[in-house]
Ligand binder design. Sequence first.
Ligand code: GUN
Length: 291
Amino acid sequence: MATIINGKVVSQKIKDALKTRVAEVTPKPGLAVVLVGNNPGSQVYVGNKEKACQEISFYSQKVVLPETVSEEALLSTVRRLNGDPSIHGILVQFPLPERLKHMEEIIIREINPEKDVDGFHPINVGKLVTCKGTVCGDLFLPCTPAGIVRLLDEYHIPIAGQHAVILGRSNLVGKPVGMLLLARDATVTFCHSKTKNIKEITKQADILIAAIGKENFVDASFIKKDVVIIDVGINRTAHGLIGDVDFQSVEPLASAITPVPGGVGPMTIAMLMENLWKAYNYQTRREDTKV
Ligand code: GUN
């Protein structure tokens, strides 16, 4: 029987701790979330981010732009938020609508790196790649990768010396979680759509991270006994939210596993809240930059 890694409980603990600390400061840390178009998934995620802000007593500002928004109007929204002293963190929800997809990289570069609570700006990505161990200094860690490592730590799952196999190589999750685990002395292997003999590799994993966006892709034939499985998949299907991992199939063999929902998802939001707190302290030059 695998340990079920409960992201909801860990995330609540993190939010409660932040709430206590935020009660002591004014003005409140402020998050701007920019939503372009009406992607139903994005609307849910943005709603959850706003809800978390309310829970902690962060100020949040939602900026909704129509799918038809011009490139210039989108850029000038980001520039306005860069210059707004009540806003300490800026997040533009991805994916952008197809018509504006090419703007994602441009938008990421436009956000002031000090307000980049997503950790997507090349300056923050560069710091992530060069950081040593847990001492990453003044960077924002990308939220989902940071949430994964926090879950492993909370459950006292060793990382150093372990073979972490990552399914997926996205800039959002696969690549950065690999860098974080490498910084913690894991041996890291990336697998992707062109990888040959994928099961031979995943069967060597002590920690298997599935971030490919294919429902129930990983079953018992991919794993060895006692592996720790982190399922980052959130696939919207007619049967509800389904992960990248076939939970029923792998659970008897694994030593620990994250469920979907209630595993990695809530941690992404908790890490965003921590990043906002870090951004606030950094920008207001308080000493308390530890999160
Ligand atoms: N879309 C899916 N995950 C994320 C995220 O962490 N940040 C942003 N901005 N968009 C996303």
